[in-house]
Design a protein around this ligand. Structure first.
Ligand code: SAM
Length: 324
């Protein structure tokens, strides 16, 4: 049998060179992608401030940059459909919590009364507020929902039933777990990253390799009055940075001490908050007014390590980066 000539054909030197070049190009060089990384969207501080000041939102009978002391389910029902860019929800976890329990090692003098814990069935409560968020989210919106692990099942079920999709099951790792004798210390919150439209949701990739475990320290001010569940500003800011643009409107249905409103204002975003406990009013107002508009905003690119910062860890990547 005569073999087709093509089988015997040797590759040309130029073909080999081209192949090796391609191979080298595709080869994984640790650190190189991080050096080349740029955020998808970025705005100078001046531009972000201008966008913020010129953006208006239609919230029906409500105004942006305001807090309302009402039940969030009533409040959300009265908002127009698809009017919110981002929701950050840190509901009561259904643990009979008051914030004054001695196990938390807090001075109860500094903890505000009337924490709105869930009375009755946790699933019914969760289903009623999650079905509302789905109505008011825009197609481009996301929601971040905090949950303990004991009632996580009710939260996941309500999300599913509302037709929303969980894209990440993030974990916030903290340092104030309660001491245990015969089991492990709980030292995390679940943080569910949820979207309405998987094809249209806004996500600004501002870091090269953003993993799903967030190790963020709690802001610690023992002498300040608060309800016992204040989240760190940095934790909320991270949700805002990845999932909104300057000028966007962020809703927190369970505002607590006002952390979401503080983080929004500090980063040129608008906010609206609902909170049932009117005793928190002076604390929230004081927290928000102590923030300067845009005080924590900086270009995302300026927060990243530079190639020079990464040089010591990745010398080969640095050499290649410089030669490109
Ligand atoms: C876990 S705390 C939120 C803490 C907040 N993330 C912070 O950083 O301060 C939950 C808050 O939701 C409030 N709350 C409970 N049920 C509510 C409801 N149906 N509507 C509005 N607020 C509610 C509670 O009074 C409490 O202040």
């Amino acid at each position: 049998m005569v073999l087709p000539l093509i089988l015997n054909k040797k590759p040309l030197a130029s073909e080999i060179q081209e192949k090796t070049k391609k191979k080298r190009k595709n080869k994984y060089i640790p650190g190189l992608a991080a050096m080349k990384f740029r955020p998808d969207d970025d705005w100078s501080k001046l531009k972000a401030g201008k966008i913020h000041n010129s953006t208006l939102h239609n919230l029906g009978k409500y105004d942006d940059d305001q807090i309302y002391f009402i039940d969030c389910i009533k409040g959300m029902k009265e908002l127009p459909r698809e009017c919110i860019d981002l929701i950050i929800a840190d509901p009561p976890f259904g643990l009979d919590f008051t914030g004054k329990e001695s196990i938390y090692n807090r001075n109860s003098e500094f903890v505000i009364d009337d924490y709105g814990e869930v009375k009755g069935d946790y699933y019914n409560f969760t289903e009623s507020w999650i079905s509302e968020i789905s109505r008011i989210m825009k197609q481009t919106s996301s929601t971040y929902i905090f949950s303990g692990w004991t009632n996580l099942e009710a939260v996941l079920r309500s999300i599913r039933e509302a037709g929303l999709t969980v894209l990440n099951h993030l974990v916030w790792q903290y340092q104030f777990g309660v001491f245990t004798r015969k089991k492990f210390v709980t030292s995390h919150y679940h943080l569910l990253f949820v979207v309405k439209n998987q094809k249209k949701y806004y996500f600004n990739k501002i870091e090269h390799y953003p993993i799903d475990i967030w190790d963020i320290k709690r802001d610690y001010d023992q002498k300040k009055k608060k309800n016992g569940t204040k989240l760190p500003l940095k934790l909320i800011q991270r949700c805002i940075d990845f999932s909104t643009k300057p000028g966007d409107i962020i809703l927190d249905p369970f505002l607590g001490n006002g952390t979401t409103a503080e983080a929004a204002k500090a980063n040129y975003r608008h906010f609206i908050g609902f909170e049932m406990n009117e005793k928190l009013k002076p604390i929230i107002e004081n927290n928000i007014s102590s923030i300067e508009l845009g005080q924590d905003y900086s270009k995302y690119r300026d927060r990243l390590p530079t190639p020079e910062d990464l040089k010591r860890k990745y010398p080969l990547a640095y050499k290649i980066y410089k030669s490109i």
